[in-house]
Design a binder for this molecule. Sequence first.
Ligand SMILES: Nc1ncnc2c1ncn2[C@@H]1O[C@H](COP(=O)(O)OP(=O)(O)O)[C@@H](O)[C@H]1O
Ligand SMILES: [Mg+2]
Length: 278
Amino acid sequence: MNYVEDVSRVSTGVDALDAALQGGVPKGSWVAVTGEPGTGKSILCMHYAWAGLKEGDPVIYVTTEAEFRDVVRQARQFRMYFDDYEMHYLGGKPPFRKPQIVVIDIFSLLKTAKQLSADIDEVERSRKYAALEIDVLIATIREAYRVLGLLEGGRKSPSKHVRLIIDSMSAFWADKPAMARRFSYQLKIATHRENVTAFLVSQYAMTTKGTFGYGLEHIADGVIHLWMDNVEVAKEVRRYLIIKKMRMTNHYEGAFRVIISPGEGILMKPVSGAAAGI
Ligand SMILES: Nc1ncnc2c1ncn2[C@@H]1O[C@H](COP(=O)(O)OP(=O)(O)O)[C@@H](O)[C@H]1O
Ligand SMILES: [Mg+2]
């Protein structure tokens, strides 16, 4: 029996990370990408989306932290050209052609929230949905599946492998951090399917890490954690990445030093010299 090829793999877009995961994350995984600001979480998501586009996977990109235009500009600095692909901003004008990437931004969420509020108004007048609500996110992702043509014939789950990126999940519980675990669970139940491999960003500030930071990690199949040395002590930015957990696969258990390089994006090499084989 081949222990590696038993599980199909989805490339992360970063070669050294794929190698550390025996070829990529197991298909269907929900991977939490955690860490402080500036550690490279958003750039890792760009690599993941870009790998999907190149491989012909439809991509759903939820961005709550930045306008997608800025994501595209940042990605270009690392030679990832999202605008070479058919892009559709959900909630905007209907697409002419079937999109390869569906963008969900705050305006898409707002539009779904209004729609849901209007729908429910006929029954129970009191409920008003806000853009950054988990129910709104769930409904918007379903709409993205539909726009991508993945739910033909009344299917409940996508007919083809799709990459889902949410940068970041923390926005959905910013004002109620204690709900992180429940919201993550709700989203997973509603959205997680065999054919969906997700990268979900959890931002945490050092101060909230201990108490509320772990909501998403509890439901995740994998956790890729990024951090940096205390800049006041190191007097420079030194970034690291570690695969804390990944179900259904063996993985490298050491930390990597992360370099974000112009024109290349994320480069990684094992911290421990003994692991040169990786
Ligand atoms: N063109 C570039 N070349 C090299 N490094 C860059 C470039 N653009 C951004 N960076 C680095 O990437 C960091 C931002 O990474 P990002 O993935 O947005 O962090 P996070 O999402 O974890 O907050 C910046 O602080 C900067 O150090
Ligand atoms: Mg970010």
